[in-house]
Write a protein that binds this ligand. Sequence first.
Ligand SMILES: Cc1cc2nc3c(=O)[nH]c(=O)nc-3n(C[C@H](O)[C@H](O)[C@H](O)COP(=O)(O)O)c2cc1C
Length: 237
Amino acid sequence: MPENTTDAPQQWTPVHGDPYRSVPYRPERMPAEESLDQADRLRHRMDGRRTVRRFSTDPVPEQVLRDAIACAATAPSGAHQQPWTFVLVKDPEVRRRIREAAEHEEKISYDGRLGEEWLAALRPLGTDAVKSHMTDAPGLIVVFQQRYWLGEDGTKRKHYYVDESVGIAVGMLLSALHLSGLSALIHTPSPMRFLREVLDRPENEKAFAVIPVGYPAEDCEVPDLVRKSLDQVMVEI
Ligand SMILES: Cc1cc2nc3c(=O)[nH]c(=O)nc-3n(C[C@H](O)[C@H](O)[C@H](O)COP(=O)(O)O)c2cc1C
């Protein structure tokens, strides 16, 4: 933990860097033409992202996963508390245990725990309790929220805007994976408590999502979804 370099009062929770000091920020300004071009390309590339549920077992370069996680960790966060942990699960035995526990919970959920309204919303997507992607996909990232800060001596401090911060970071992770040529699924088995036990995470961490990553299987198909148009999602005043 870096020490405060000013006489300012100690942060209530540890903040990395020295927020009491400012440094110049002068990113090179992009010419408007280039900006328009980049934005248009990015919009189309992002529109090509789809959630994949059938993965090839072909390996992916592990460094791409680390780089994508590093991108996600650049996300803004409430009071710069960076309340996230990304677990890159490589051990096949641990992955097998995650799948087994997830399928156990999902079977109970799909057998009725979710309730008819939720099940009806999922039905068109064709999802079920079988989670082969957890062991088929060559990469598996489990994201945890740090619900509060936990010091080594057991001290607890509040974290602010944890849901929002981790949601933004996961959005950036999915974007980074997609723009690096990989496909992913954001999977939220319910409940997810088993993940903290299987991955031996501390008590202040709560699982947020399981993200299998890889290449789509050769016969992969995705639901024929249509996204809302810009007019439907944006209001200009
Ligand atoms: C917070 C969140 C939770 C999700 N949980 C699941 C899940 O548990 N299982 C699943 O198959 N898909 C899950 N999805 C994926 C959505 O079903 C998918 O994003 C949506 O159908 C749109 O498809 P697209 O990602 O291809 O645009 C989740 C997505 C989000 C954002």
